[in-house]
Design a protein around this ligand. Structure first.
Ligand code: AMP
Ligand code: FES
Ligand code: ZN
Length: 304
C-alpha cells in the first residue's frame, strides 16, 4: 500500500475513506477534514469566540490545537472534577499544554465550588459518571455564557457519537435522539455546542496527537466509562471489523435521514434556575439542589 498523495510508505489506512496516507499527508488531511466538518455543519466562523472544553485527553487537546492552527479564536476550559490523583494529573497535562500553546485557560475547581464527583455522588441518586456528565454540561454552559463565548466545543469523536447513538437507538430513547447532533444551536440560556471531531475515529485523533507531540493523559478516570458505553463501543468495533465503514455510515445516515424526524420536541419549559440563573427544568436546577445537599452534610458534620 502507498500514500495516496505522494506514494510514500503510509502510516495509516482508513478503510471508511479507502485512503492510505503518510505522516505529512495525514496531518494535512486531518486539519483540512476538520475545517470541512466545521463548514459542513456550519459550526462557527472566524468571527466566533470559541471555548474548548479540555479534559487532558487526546481528543480535546488535539481539538484545541487544530482550531488555533486553523486560525480560530479558541480558549480552553478545564473542570477539575476532584477525582483524586487522576484529576491532579490531568490538570497538569492541560496546564502544561496551554502554556506551550500560548492559549488562555479557564480552570473551574469543582471541589472548591461545590464538592468533587465522589462527594456529589454520595448526595445524589445517580452514578458517578452521570453526576459528572450533568455537572460538566452545567459548567460548560455557565462559564461560556459568563465569559461571553459564542460557542462551546467538545472533543467527542465518531466512536463516542456512534456508540451512544446505538445505545439510545436500542432503547428508542427518542428524547435523546433529538439532541444527538454535532451542533446544538444557541437557545434560551444555552450557548451553541459543537463537536468538530465527530467524523474522526478514536484511532485518527490518537495518531494526530502522537504525531504532533501532544502530551495527553492516557489513563482512564477511575470511575471509567460505564460498562454500557464500553459494551456498545466494543459491539461497533466488531461490526466495523467485519463490515468496514459501517460506523461512519450508521452515524452520518442517522444525521441525514433520521435526526430531522426526531428533532427535539420540548418537554416542559426550560426556565432560569432561581438560584444560579442557568436554564433549568424546575425552579431550582439539579446542580443547585446537589450543592444544597452537600452544604447540608458539611454543616451537620462540622457541627458534630
Ligand atoms: P468524556 O465525556 O469524558 O468522553 O469527554 C467528552 C468531552 O468532554 C471531551 O472531549 C472534552 O471536550 C470534554 N471534557 C471531558 N472532561 C472534561 C473536563 N474535566 N474539563 C473540561 N472538559 C472536559
Ligand atoms: Fe467523569 Fe470519570 S470523568 S466520572
Ligand atoms: Zn441552578
Amino acid at each position: 500500500m502507498r500514500c495516496k498523495i505522494c506514494g510514500k510508505k503510509p502510516i495509516i489506512y482508513m478503510p471508511h475513506h479507502r485512503l492510505a496516507l503518510c505522516k505529512e499527508d495525514f496531518i494535512l488531511w486531518f486539519e483540512r477534514y476538520t475545517q470541512r466538518t466545521i463548514r459542513e455543519f456550519r459550526m462557527f466562523t472566524e468571527e466566533d469566540s470559541i471555548l474548548v472544553a479540555v479534559s487532558g485527553g487526546k481528543d480535546s487537546l488535539a481539538l484545541w490545537y487544530v482550531l488555533r492552527k486553523l486560525g480560530y479564536k479558541a480558549d480552553g476550559l478545564y473542570i477539575h472534577l476532584g477525582i483524586g490523583e487522576y484529576s491532579e494529573r490531568s490538570r497538569e497535562k492541560v496546564e502544561k499544554f496551554a502554556g506551550k500553546l500560548g492559549g488562555k485557560l479557564i480552570v473551574v475547581d469543582l471541589k472548591e465550588e461545590m464538592g468533587g464527583i465522589p462527594e456529589l455522588e454520595r448526595v445524589s441518586s445517580r452514578e458517578a459518571c452521570s453526576v459528572c456528565g450533568l455537572v460538566k454540561r452545567y459548567n460548560f454552559n455557565k462559564v461560556a455564557r459568563e465569559h461571553g463565548y459564542t460557542v462551546l466545543a467538545t472533543g467527542h469523536n465518531l466512536d463516542d457519537e456512534a456508540s451512544s447513538l446505538l445505545a439510545n437507538v436500542i432503547q428508542w430513547n427518542v428524547k435523546y435522539l433529538g439532541r444527538k447532533h454535532p451542533v446544538l444551536e444557541e437557545e434560551e440560556g444555552f450557548v451553541r455546542k459543537v463537536k468538530p471531531f465527530c467524523k474522526f475515529t478514536e484511532k485518527e485523533t490518537a495518531l494526530y496527537s502522537l504525531l504532533n507531540g501532544i502530551d495527553f493523559i492516557e489513563e482512564e478516570c477511575p470511575f471509567s466509562e460505564d460498562a454500557t458505553t464500553l459494551f456498545f463501543k466494543d459491539v461497533l468495533y466488531k461490526i466495523e471489523e467485519k463490515f468496514p465503514g459501517t460506523k461512519m455510515r450508521f452515524y452520518l445516515e442517522y444525521l441525514r435521514k433520521v435526526h430531522p424526524k426526531f428533532k427535539e420536541k420540548k418537554e416542559g419549559k426550560v426556565r432560569p434556575c432561581k438560584v444560579c440563573g442557568e436554564p433549568s427544568p424546575a425552579d431550582v436546577c439539579p446542580v443547585c439542589r446537589m450543592k444544597e445537599k452537600v452544604r447540608g452534610i458539611k454543616i451537620i458534620s462540622d457541627g458534630a
